[in-house]
Ligand binder design. Structure first.
Ligand SMILES: Nc1ncnc2c1ncn2[C@@H]1O[C@H](COP(=O)(O)OP(=O)(O)O)[C@@H](O)[C@H]1O
Ligand SMILES: Nc1ccn([C@@H]2O[C@H](COP(=O)(O)O)[C@@H](O)[C@H]2O)c(=O)n1
Length: 202
């Protein structure tokens, strides 16, 4: 199994890059694990309390479960990936049955901060976009897709997202084997990663 970790700030384009990478690859050969599925289970908190969580800090992620799931996949066993709701700020209770594939892609803002996870990755990729570009994308996405308003997005950006990005996420660039500049759609970089994967699948 080839395991690729794709990190980078919110709005840098990780999900978009992953979707482009897998577009022309055989569906049953490549699997995706999203860090977002592994936000801590916060069912013990009410909605108001959940809105106050710092979702950009590594402790907001259930890395134990994520590592355990990746180990199971490596052993050839399927896992049940939790489904997360950005509207409810919690797991939905549903899961996605995820089968082990020849190539597994793990993507998320904080995945490269975790030493145990990094040890399991064969290739570390960091997707970069400038912070103003990421903020613009985040405002548009969170309002249209994640049920937020402009005040919520900007407050979260100033209070937690920006400082956490600087403290935890940007420094993980140093672990990257490949940095994808993604201020614009980067088809060349996507082709390079796709070629690496195709060689492994051949
Ligand atoms: N290179 C790009 N240029 C313009 N918009 C982009 C680019 N890459 C991604 N986007 C858009 O930015 C938003 C965030 O992208 P997404 O892939 O969800 O980022 P991430 O997964 O890193 O948070 C989406 O609406 C996406 O369509
Ligand atoms: N309930 C939540 C959980 C997380 N976030 C934000 O999502 C960002 C990470 O997801 P990306 O798809 O953008 O990589 C992160 O910056 C969190 O602030 C949220 O808004 N609500």
């Amino acid at each position: 199994m080839l395991i690729i970790g794709i990190g980078g700030g919110t709005g840098s384009g990780k999900t978009t890059v992953v979707n482009e990478i897998i577009k022309q690859l055989p569906e049953n050969e490549v699997g995706i694990i999203s860090q977002d599925s592994y936000y801590n289970d916060t069912s013990h908190l009410n909605y108001e309390q959940r809105t106050k969580i710092n979702f950009d800090h590594p402790r907001s992620i259930d890395f134990d479960l994520l590592c355990e799931h990746l180990k199971e996949l490596k052993k050839g066993n399927p896992i049940n990936q939790p489904v997360y709701s950005f509207v409810k700020h919690n797991r939905t209770g549903d899961t996605i049955h995820t089968l082990p594939r020849k190539v597994m892609i793990v993507e998320g803002i904080l995945i490269l901060t975790n030493t145990e996870l990094r040890k399991m990755f064969d290739i570390n990729i960091f997707v970069h976009a400038d912070s103003d570009e990421r903020l613009i994308r985040r405002i548009k996405r969170d309002i249209t897709q994640r049920g937020r308003d402009i005040d919520e997005v900007l407050a979260r950006y100033q209070n937690t997202l920006k400082p956490m990005h600087e403290q935890f996420i940007e420094p993980t660039k140093e672990f990257a084997d490949i940095i994808i500049p993604n201020n614009r759609y980067n088809t060349v970089a996507v082709d390079i990663v796709r070629t690496i994967i195709s060689e492994r699948l051949a």
